[in-house]
Design a protein around this ligand. Structure first.
Ligand SMILES: N[C@@H](CCC(=O)N[C@@H](CS)C(=O)NCC(=O)O)C(=O)O
Length: 201
């Protein structure tokens, strides 16, 4: 199966980290896609024209990243990154939703600051997304003690989010005033799945 990907996408990064943590990365062929290129064919694999999209040998597809991640997790019999049932499952899905939401707001800020023509920018929108990023990071700081013991889908999504914020310099320094989150990030930084998926130009 092929993962339509871009090397800088935090949502793709989640999928790649899940594949590595699940030990199934060799099943995943990476196929580049530029969602923003005028001549892209990505919309054939995802009508929303976004990465990631997973494409099977028969041409059928899966999106978006939470769905792909859970599918990849279903392909192995080791320790599950998506708990199967109960409060632990909801806690992980909620943390993934929070981290993905922070990432989505960060992507909006990147689009607003780098792609939208200067005269068309909307300061109220920028403020709204900036507040979402900062409140989301503060919530991670408040709750990290509840989820720092295991590296499941929630923390994987948090790594992808923080990595993107740092890579695109979305907030001046997310570590400032968030010592617990910063400490946690340092403890997971050396995992192979984190190292091998670092965003780069
Ligand atoms: N909810 C989606 C978000 C995917 C997404 O926003 N991907 C970005 C790249 S980081 C993209 O392809 N953007 C192109 C566009 O918005 O048209 C997911 O979790 O997969």
């Amino acid at each position: 199966m092929k993962l339509r990907f871009s090397i800088t996408s935090p949502f793709v990064r989640k999928c790649r980290m899940v594949a590595i943590e699940a030990g199934i990365e060799d099943k995943l062929e990476l196929a580049p896609a530029n969602a923003w290129a005028a001549d892209t064919d990505l919309h054939r694999d995802n009508p929303l024209c976004k990465v990631p999209a997973l494409v099977f040998d028969d041409g059928s597809t899966l999106y978006d990243s939470p769905v792909i991640c859970e599918y990849l997790d279903s392909l192995h019999s080791g320790h599950k990154l998506f708990p199967e049932a109960g409060p632990e499952r909801w806690a992980q899905l909620k943390l993934q939703a929070l981290a993905d939401g922070i990432t989505e707001a960060a992507v909006q800020l990147r689009i607003e600051g780098n792609m939208r023509p200067e005269g068309a920018r909307w300061p109220t929108w920028v403020e709204r997304q900036t507040n979402a990023v900062n409140r989301g990071l503060d919530e991670l700081e408040r709750t990290v003690g509840h989820w720092d013991g295991v590296f499941l889908i929630g923390p994987i999504a948090v790594v992808a989010s923080l990595g993107y914020i740092e890579f695109r310099k979305i907030v001046p320094d997310w570590r400032q005033g968030r010592p617990h989150l910063a400490r946690w990030h340092a403890t997971v930084h050396n995992r192979r799945s984190v190292q091998e998926t670092e965003p780069k130009e």
